[in-house]
Write a protein that binds this ligand. Sequence first.
Ligand SMILES: Nc1ncnc2c1ncn2[C@@H]1O[C@H](COP(=O)(O)OP(=O)(O)O)[C@@H](O)[C@H]1O
Ligand SMILES: [Mg+2]
Length: 134
Amino acid sequence: MTLVGRTAAIGTLDEVLAECFAGVSRTVLIEGPAGCGKSVLVDTVVERAAAAGATVLCAVASPAEQDVPLGVIRQLVHGDPSLALPEDALAAPGVPSRVQDTQSFCAALREAGRAAPVVLCVDDVRFADDASLA
Ligand SMILES: Nc1ncnc2c1ncn2[C@@H]1O[C@H](COP(=O)(O)OP(=O)(O)O)[C@@H](O)[C@H]1O
Ligand SMILES: [Mg+2]
């Protein structure tokens, strides 16, 4: 969709994306009141990053899943089977996360990042579970 009044924000996000293609890690936090257009801006980032050739993984955090360890990471890896967590982590959503699950995910991300930048988009990140944030 066409966003109104977001030329500067999209320009900034394109610059950050270009830096990622140059090999730099970047984090962007989009803040604002409900309804101001955060989610549609994230959707735009997803489209532009994918069109540029990045590997794009998306998740939407929610209060209902906030107590599910690694719930957000499960959503992220769902978009790319090569990044999957170990079977036991994926099969047991109620079990507390382990350091090795997180290390496994990070290792998979580093490996994926050799081929193309990996862009992780988490909408409503304030609701993300602690294990995924860690
Ligand atoms: N800059 C914009 N241009 C056009 N429509 C917008 C813009 N910002 C928000 N909207 C519209 O407003 C509504 C709320 O946007 P949304 O991204 O869901 O807000 P948020 O995630 O910040 O709560 C959506 O229907 C979206 O399409
Ligand atoms: Mg939103």
